[in-house]
Each structure stands twice: as structure tokens, then as C-alpha cells.
Design a protein around this ligand. Structure first.
Ligand SMILES: [Zn+2]
Length: 434
């Protein structure tokens, strides 16, 4: 049986009856247009001579689609109000409550929303009332993120708040197989398997790679949404691309204050001409001085512009600090999950990393150093996110953020400007008594 909103690929010779269907791949002249991923390819390059058909090269990882296949799905026709067991017992700040109420109003009046909330403002809690509202009215909800780490972090919090929903966590390495449920947490790529499935699609960290600028994922998210479905974007650093691609009925809601009310830490700039050579005497001396000072009161997170650099720096520092208190973590690290957990439990004092930890992870009592902040890998949003790791949680107020650089970039300037601007907005809100 074809599930509601779940796409199945069927060959034209075995089409089920009673379902909606459309051609998977259309050949128009020299072009191939894919109805699953939205890509347009040059037909002749993707011809299968032994079958006499064409295939889509862009979404082949999700199962091959040919010009003889159909995409088949069922649509939910009846909306039955449901009783929802909502177990979140936290309290929203006045600012959070205002945004939480507004996104419900937007959902009811068929408008999309974008929450531009600074790092550490408690974005996830703000969406709980809307999720409850959508589920209660019989709707189906998906909370997605381009980043698998973000999905893994969101899942237990959402599952705890809605215990009777038995939500499903879907990503490329899911432990659980797909099953129908009203509340799904998934990576953006998983949306390629859905069509007209969700009444509410929440996209967290909407500016993150690989969603940013990825037309296939944008196409998939629009397809996964029902025709009258609503979108909610969550981001601390909306990019120009994201802002330019919002639907016209989107309201942008700003939340410049962190949950604990303290301002965002502003990066301190340290000019160091030789940062690209981590064996350089002066660079090493300056870095060790800085780490020595920070380690007295904080856990120290050091961001490196590449994995190679990260390993080289580790070799330089391990002789000084010892392997018991420091480690490295990057995207390909098989022990990534365990290392991050150990760092959270304060088993390490120094963690050297690539940009993989720029978002979605919270450490207590942390100070951050960005080495080579002028490197092209650090975009404005990446730098804002990294700076946002500091002073998120707990009572510690002396976490610091340092950018080590040898040339000021536009990204650095814009990141510092945006942090100061949000702090200013938060101050004005406070003055206005909000
Ligand atoms: Zn495709």
C-alpha cells in the first residue's frame, strides 16, 4: 500500500490503482526534467541504450528514476482534530512568547514565517506551541534541518515534549525504518521521499550547508509541503540567498535577546601575520599564551580552517598540554559523537575542530578561538554561529571569542557588525520594556 504523502517509484507496467501519480522524468526535446529533484539534465548524456530509457543523474542516490517510472503517492483528505499530550513544562520569555503567538497566527492565516533569533535564544522551545497547534488540528508536521547533528539534537527534545506522538527520526543512517507518523524529524534530503505530505514544515538552521543555495533541496521542500501547507524557517544568520527565496507571504520575526538576557559576546581581533604556519615561533607563542589564559576559566574550542591544519596544530600543542586533556574532531571522524559528548562532560579541556561544530552544539563554560578567521571557509554566518557558541548556557559570564587573522575580510566585518546590531536591538527592546 502506498503511504500518505510518501513517494513510491513504480514502473509503468505495475502501477497501483487508486493513487495519485505523475511521470518521474519528462524528456522535452534535448532536456530531461526530473519531478522528484527538479533538476534539468542534458538527455543524451543519461541514456540507457540497453533499456531505451533515460535516467536522472542528480537524485540517483535516492533510487534511480527513468523515463519509464512513475512517482506514486496518496493524499490525506480528512482532517480529524486530535488530542495531543504535550509535556513541555518550561516557561517562555516575554520575547519568545510574542514570537510563539505570532507564528501560530501566521499558520492560521496561511502565512509563512521566518524567525531570525540570535544564537542561544531558545528557538526550539518557541516552536513547541505551533507544533502542538498543528498536530491538534489534525495536521502532519516535519521538523527538518540540513545538518544531521541538528536533527539528532532536536529529536530527543521534541520526543520528550510530545511523548504520545512517537516521532520518527529520519536521516541517511537512521536506525529506524520509515513508518507513518504525524511528527517527523528529518534531514532535508529525506524530503525527496515525500509529496504533499506535510501541513507544516519547519526548517531549522535554514542557512546551513547543504540547503543554502541548493535548488534540489528547495524543490524537495516545496514538494513535501501540501498545497496549502505552511513553512517556518529558523535561523540565527539568514543569508541573502535565503531572504531572496522566501515566499511573498513570509513574515520575518526578530528575536535579538538571548534566553538568559545577556548580550552576544563580540569577537576580539588578534592580528597574527603567520597564522597559516602553525609551527611558526611567534604564532605558537601567542596562541599558547592565549590558551593558557583561557584554560584557567574555560573549556577551549579552537576552530581551524582545514582538517590538515587541525592535525598539524594538534601535533604542535599536544607536546605542551598532553593528550589526556585535548583532542580533535572533524566531519569524517568515526568517533565524532563520542568525542563531543566527552567534551561536554568536561573530560577534555581543549577541543580542536573544523567548522563542523559551528552550530547545533552547546558547551558550558566555553571560550573560542578561530584561527585564520580571514580564510575563505569562514562566511559571515559561519563566524556569527561560531561566536554564538560562547556564553549560551549556565552562569559563567567570562567566556571569550577571538578571531586570529592577518587580513580583515568582508565576512569578518559583517559578522561583527551583525553581532553588535543584534545587541543594540536587544538593548532597545529592554528599554521599551519588552
Ligand atoms: Zn532527479
Amino acid at each position: 500500500m502506498v503511504d500518505i504523502g510518501r513517494l513510491e517509484v513504480c514502473h509503468k507496467s505495475v502501477l497501483p490503482s487508486g493513487s495519485y501519480m505523475r511521470l518521474a522524468l519528462i524528456k522535452e526535446g534535448e532536456s530531461l526534467i526530473c519531478n522528484r529533484c527538479g533538476s534539468v539534465s542534458h538527455a543524451q548524456e543519461f541514456y540507457l541504450p540497453y533499456k531505451g530509457t533515460y535516467y536522472c543523474p542528480q537524485c540517483i542516490h535516492y533510487g534511480r528514476l527513468t523515463t519509464e517510472d512513475y512517482l506514486v503517492w496518496n493524499e490525506q483528505s480528512i482532517y480529524q482534530p486530535r488530542k495531543i499530550d504535550f509535556q513541555w513544562k518550561g516557561v517562555l520569555t516575554v520575547g519568545q512568547q510574542k514570537v510563539a503567538d505570532r507564528i501560530i497566527t501566521n499558520y492560521q492565516s496561511s502565512n509563512d514565517s521566518l524567525i531570525w533569533a540570535v544564537t542561544g535564544s531558545g528557538k526550539t522551545e518557541m516552536i513547541f506551541p505551533l507544533i502542538k497547534h498543528a498536530l491538534k488540528s489534525g495536521g502532519r508536521v516535519a521538523v527538518c534541518s540540513p545538518r544531521i547533528d541538528v536533527c539528532r539534537e532536536l529529536f530527543p527534545r521534541i520526543a520528550e515534549a510530545f511523548p504520545n506522538e512517537h516521532p520518527l527520526l529520519l536521516h541517511g543512517n537512521s536506525e529506524e525504518n520509515y513508518r507513518f507518523c504525524f511528527l517527523t524529524i528529518c534531514t532535508m534530503h529525506q524530503l525527496l521521499y515525500f509529496y504533499h505530505a506535510f501541513d507544516l514544515l519547519i526548517i531549522d538552521e535554514a542557512d546551513a550547508f547543504p540547503y543554502e543555495g541548493n535548488t534540489m533541496l528547495m524543490f524537495a521542500s516545496k514538494n513535501a509541503l501540501k498545497e496549502n501547507g505552511r513553512m517556518l524557517f529558523l535561523t540565527a544568520t539568514p543569508s541573502k540567498f535565503l531572504l531572496n527565496h522566501l515566499r511573498t507571504n513570509t513574515e520575518i520575526l526578530k528575536l535579538p535577546r538571548r534566553y538568559h538576557g545577556r548580550p552576544l559576546p563580540v569577537p576580539k581581533l588578534v592580528w597574527q601575520n603567520n597564522w597559516s604556519n602553525c609551527q611558526h615561533f611567534w604564532f605558537k607563542r601567542k596562541l599558547v599564551e592565549l590558551v593558557d589564559r583561557l584554560i584557567d576559566h574555560s573549556f577551549v574550542l579552537i576552530f581551524c580552517p582545514s582538517i590538515l591544519y587541525m592535525h598539524q596544530l594538534y601535533k604542535q600543542l599536544v607536546g605542551i598540554y598532553g593528550e589526556q586533556i585535548m583532542t580533535t574532531v572533524h566531519s569524517e571522524d568515526p568517533n565524532r559523537k563520542e568525542k563531543v559528548q566527552l567534551a561536554r562532560e568536561k573530560s577534555f579541556k581543549i577541543l580542536i575542530t573544523s567548522t563542523i561544530l559551528e552550530r547545533g552544539v552547546t558547551f558550558e563554560q566555553v571560550s573560542v578561538i578561530v584561527i585564520g578567521a580571514n580564510h575563505r571557509i569562514y562566511t559571515k554566518s559561519c563566524l556569527v554561529q561560531i561566536a554564538g557558541r560562547v556564553d549560551r548556557k549556565g552562569n559563567q559570564r567570562n567566556g571569550e571569542i577571538y578571531f586570529i587573522f592577518n587580513r580583515k575580510t568582508t565576512a569578518m566585518r559583517e559578522a561583527i557588525y551583525e553581532i553588535k546590531w543584534m545587541n543594540q536591538l536587544a538593548l532597545e527592546e529592554r528599554r521599551d520594556g519588552l
